[in-house]
Design a protein around this ligand. Structure first.
Ligand SMILES: Cc1cc2nc3c(=O)[nH]c(=O)nc-3n(C[C@H](O)[C@H](O)[C@H](O)COP(=O)(O)O)c2cc1C
Length: 270
C-alpha cells in the first residue's frame, strides 16, 4: 500500500476503468478506515455514504450525472451525503431538542461529507484504485436525493466513481504554491503577480484544449481565444447556467428542510 505522500503524488482523476469488481473486503476496509480516521464536528458524523453497484441503478445515476461515461464503466459509484436525519431521529427517540435543520446544519454536514469523501479517496488510491469526483452531484442534487430515497435533512454533496484504472493520464498542473499560501493575512495579487502566477497554466491549459479537435472547433465557433474565456463559456461554467443551478441547490436545501419554508405543514418535527 502507498504512503500518504506517495498516494498524493500519484493522484490523477481516472475516467476510464477496467471491468474488474472491487472486492467487498477492500470496500469495507477503506470505508472503516475513513470513518474511524476522519475528524468530525462534535463527533456527530453528519454524513451518509450510498454505494451503487447495480447496473440499472448506475445507468440512472449516469443520466443524472450528465451522462459522464465513466459512471457506467466504474464498478462502484459512491454518493456522499450531508445527513442530519439519523442524528435527529436519535435525538427525537431520546426526547432531546431537535436541531440542525437549518443552513448552519447543512454547511457543517456538507463539510463532513467532503472530508469523508477525501479520506475514502485516499484509501482507494493508496491501494491502486482510481476514481473521479463528480460535481454534477450539485447540478442534480434534488433528483439524486429523490432517486436515492434521501430523507429530510439529507442531501448528496459529492460522488465518486471508483475502479481499476484503464488509463494513465498526465499529472494535471496547479498554480505555483505561492498563489495559494498567504503569510499571516491575505495578500491580494497585483496585476503583474497575477500574470506571473497564471502564465504557465494559461499556456499548458490552452494547449490541452487545442490538442482536442472537438474542443478546438468549439472554441473557434464560439470566438473563445483564451483559457479564462473558456472557463466561463457555455462549454464550461456558463454564468447564467451556474446562477440557475445555484437557485436549484437552494430549492433542494429548502425541500429537504435545511432552509425555512420548504416543508409541508405537519412535516416539520420541531
Ligand atoms: C468536487 C469535484 C467535482 C468534480 N467534478 C468532475 C466531473 O463532474 N467530471 C469530471 O470529469 N471531473 C470532475 N472533477 C475532477 C477534476 O476535473 C480534477 O480533479 C481536476 O481537473 C484536476 O485533475 P486531477 O484530479 O487529475 O489532478 C471534479 C473534482 C472535484 C474535486
Amino acid at each position: 500500500m502507498k504512503t500518504v505522500a506517495e498516494t498524493l503524488t500519484a493522484h490523477r482523476s481516472i475516467r476510464q476503468f477496467k471491468p474488474d469488481e472491487i472486492p467487498q473486503n477492500v470496500i469495507d476496509e477503506v470505508l472503516q478506515e475513513a470513518i474511524m480516521g476522519t475528524s468530525s464536528s462534535g463527533n456527530l458524523n453528519s454524513f451518509s455514504v450510498i454505494l451503487t453497484r447495480d447496473p440499472v441503478r448506475k445507468r440512472r445515476l449516469y443520466e443524472l450525472h450528465s451522462e459522464q461515461d465513466f459512471v457506467l464503466q466504474a464498478p462502484l459509484v459512491i454518493t456522499f451525503c450531508a445527513d442530519w436525519h439519523r442524528t435527529r431521529q436519535w435525538l427525537k427517540l431520546r426526547g432531546a431538542r431537535d436541531n440542525f435543520n437549518n443552513f448552519l446544519g447543512y454547511q457543517v454536514a456538507a463539510n463532513e461529507a467532503m472530508l469523508i469523501s477525501q479520506s475514502v479517496t485516499l484509501g482507494f488510491e493508496a491501494r491502486g484504485y482510481g476514481l473521479c469526483y463528480m460535481g454534477t452531484t450539485l447540478q442534480a442534487m434534488q433528483e439524486i436525493a429523490d432517486y436515492l430515497n434521501l430523507p429530510e435533512t439529507c442531501l448528496p454533496i459529492t460522488t465518486i466513481a471508483v475502479g481499476v484504472p484503464d488509463e494513465q493520464p498526465e499529472r494535471r498542473e496547479r498554480l505555483p504554491m505561492r498563489a495559494y499560501i498567504h503569510d499571516e493575512t491575505y495578500q491580494e495579487a497585483s496585476t503583474s503577480k497575477l500574470e506571473e502566477l497564471y502564465q504557465a497554466r494559461e499556456i499548458s491549459g490552452w494547449q490541452r484544449y487545442m490538442s482536442m479537435p472537438h474542443l478546438k472547433a468549439m472554441c473557434e465557433e464560439g470566438s473563445i481565444t483564451s483559457l479564462a474565456q473558456m472557463y466561463t463559456s457555455p462549454y464550461k461554467y456558463d454564468p447564467d447556467a451556474y446562477a440557475a443551478t445555484s437557485l436549484r441547490v437552494l430549492e433542494a436545501l429548502r425541500g429537504r428542510g435545511f432552509l425555512p419554508g420548504g416543508l409541508e405543514v405537519g412535516q416539520d418535527e420541531q
